[in-house]
Design a protein around this ligand. Structure first.
Ligand code: ZN
Length: 162
């Protein structure tokens, strides 16, 4: 059987840095990797979308039809971005949400097209996820149009509640 680790190295103590962070907003440490590191970590399509602001072809992601309760996390860093409660069928061919988990995505203007759009990305790793439109359903009226390849679905029963 597995033995407990004995004497876990010279740095087994916690550093005494007890400046307690504000409890209101959880700030996961940023994941800041180089381009070669991202290439290693992601597959080709994930790299193209997340790091080069690509867009997957519509109706290609299995997550488009995913309906189970759970959480959608960033495939680049694991940050949880959307709850299944905010997912809806938009008819666009991309997984769509009317709300992101608070503080998990950041938006910026995207000038790649003639008509500027609002792109959004994971706050933790900066990975591009999709574009934000104002034609979503109530209660927000927003549509987070997300590339499925940027997301990892975590079914709820995999992580026991409470
Ligand atoms: Zn991320």
């Amino acid at each position: 059987m597995s033995e407990p680790p004995s004497g876990s190295g010279p740095h087994a103590f916690e550093p005494e840095n007890d400046a307690t962070p504000a409890p209101s907003k959880r700030n996961a440490p940023k994941l800041d990797l180089s381009r070669p590191q991202w290439r290693q970590r992601l597959d080709e399509e994930q790299f193209r979308v997340l790091r080069l602001q690509g867009t997957e072809r519509a109706f290609t992601s299995p997550l488009y039809l995913e309906q189970r309760p759970g959480t959608y996390a960033c495939v680049g860093c694991g940050e949880e971005l959307f709850s299944s409660e905010a997912k809806y069928e938009s008819g666009t061919g991309w997984p769509s949400f009317f709300q992101a988990i608070e503080g998990r995505v950041e938006t910026q203007q995207d000038y790649h097209m003639a008509v500027p759009r609002v792109e959004y990305h994971c706050v933790r790793c900066g990975g591009h996820h999709g574009h934000l439109f104002k034609d979503g359903p109530e209660p927000t009226g927003l549509r987070y149009c997300n590339n499925g390849t940027s997301l990892k679905f975590i079914p709820r029963d995999a992580s026991s509640p409470g």
